[in-house]
Design a protein around this ligand. Structure first.
Ligand code: HAM
Length: 419
């Protein structure tokens, strides 16, 4: 124990559990790479205005949860609370959208920061793998992303997740709905803060989890009934393509997301095993975001899946990931055999065999304990007498069987035994 602890709302990824995080990141990234998405990495912090303009001044993320700082040079920065605004900013800055092949498809994996009330599944530092398809208005892209997320979760063995789908309309139809909803909300018995929210961002009130509010919202007008013909047709096409792929979803006309940039398609992946933090991932279309941050019109769609919550969901379902054993061979050097054994371990590693050895000058008993703990299938043991005879002892850790192997035949013998 040191004087310091990980800051509130954060935790360290430590072996062996950390291997699950790597496996989850890889399982989400693999189908994206396989579908034309290229890897993008952006800085951990950005100009604070990118998020206030992009994600929205009135969202909790911007108004309450951003870690902001002013640099010595006077720049106002924020640790990134999400990835979409940054990735779009990067694509615009690199002029990726001008290179002729839209959509630009990008994926990313990294750390995000929100000053939230910490609880199980809700952290101040968390990780996401995300995907953005920038610069095309095509229901097949929305469908592709939903299907790829489903594929990623399924490839991990996750079963009890649900896909919620909605359309938030566009600048043609949402304003009229917004007014209708506002008029409805003004007639309810709501506290002052909620009434204020109804004036700034009435759709967010639909997302209020309190039962006394939900009860009053039972008859709230739904955007579904106010969609313009173009939005309706677009949404039906997304639904049809996802259905045809055999991916099951639920229409959720009250689904609103916590970020303001969404238009038309919005979706969330939820899991029942996580308590109140049920969203394991979410996303949607953001046709106006590029213009909001000073770019040209670039209709786009994307999602981000939470790595932390996906791991929790897997654990809740009791799914054991098939995580490869890390060490195949563990070497033990006795007496003056260290330099030779060290050389053999290097040789094994260069030959692609995963190998480790005992360090710190331990005796045979302590070193063999290390070998057992490593989970290695084979142990290489050598002392001065073995080396004088030009051999090492190769021990099968399961059967206990031990054979003397000439130094220059070790790599071959190990390969044969492991095969
Ligand atoms: P989001 O819904 O804010 O969307 O976050 C996506 C996922 O990140 C959540 O479903 C959750 O699994 C995880 N997550 C968010 N906050 C936390 C937290 N405090 N602790 C643990 N996990 C968390 C976005 O971030 C959008 N940028 C997604 C997107 C991409 N939309 C379009 N493109």
């Amino acid at each position: 124990m040191s004087t310091f602890k990980a800051p509130k709302g954060t935790y360290d990824l430590i072996p062996p559990r950390s291997a699950k995080f790597l496996a989850v990141r890889e399982a989400i990234a693999a189908p994206l790479r396989n579908s034309g998405y290229g890897y993008v990495e952006t800085p951990g912090f950005e100009n604070v205005e990118l998020f206030s303009r992009g994600v929205g001044e009135s969202t909790d993320i911007v108004s309450k949860e951003m870690y902001t700082l002013t640099t010595r040079g006077g720049d106002k920065l924020a640790l990134r609370p999400e990835g979409t605004a940054s990735v779009l900013r990067a694509a615009l800055e690199a002029n990726l959208h001008k290179q002729g092949n839209l959509p630009v498809k990008l994926y990313y994996s990294g750390s995000y920061y929100r000053y939230e009330r910490a609880q199980a599944g809700r952290y101040r530092h968390f990780s996401q793998v995300g995907a953005e398809a920038i610069g095309a208005e095509d229901p097949a892209l929305d469908a592709e992303l939903i299907i790829l997320a489903d594929q990623a979760y399924r490839s991990l063995g996750l079963k009890n997740f649900r896909i919620l789908l909605n359309s938030l309309g566009d600048k043609e139809c949402r304003p009229a709905y917004r007014e209708t909803l506002q008029a409805f909300l003004r007639g309810l018995d709501l506290d002052e803060e909620t009434l204020r929210r109804a004036e700034i961002n009435p759709l967010r009130v639909l997302d209020d989890k309190r039962p006394e509010v939900q009860k009053q919202l039972a008859d709230a007008p739904l955007l579904r009934d106010y969609l313009c013909d173009a939005c309706k047709a677009y949404h039906e096409e997304v639904r049809a393509l996802v259905t045809a792929a055999g991916v099951v979803f639920e229409d959720d006309p009250k689904l609103v997301r916590g970020l303001d940039y969404y238009t038309r398609t919005t979706f969330e992946f939820v899991h029942g095993g996580l308590g109140s933090q049920s969203a394991v991932g979410g996303g949607g279309r953001y046709d106006g975001l590029s213009e909001m941050i000073g770019g040209p019109a670039l209709p786009s769609v994307g999602w981000a899946l939470g790595v932390d919550r996906t791991v929790l969901a897997l654990e809740a379902e009791g799914v054991e990931l098939d995580i490869a054993r890390t060490t195949d061979v563990f070497a033990v050097a006795l007496g003056d055999a260290k330099p030779t054994v060290f050389g053999l371990v290097t040789e094994l590693r260069r030959a692609g065999v995963s190998a480790d050895m005992s360090y710190g000058g331990k005796g045979l008993k302590g070193a063999m304990k290390d070998a057992n703990r490593s989970g290695a299938r084979l142990a290489v043991v050598a002392g001065d007498r073995d080396l004088a005879e030009g051999v090492v002892q190769l021990k099968d850790m399961e059967s206990g069987e031990q054979t003397a192997v000439p130094l220059d035949a070790l790599v071959e013998s190990v390969r044969t035994k492991l095969a």
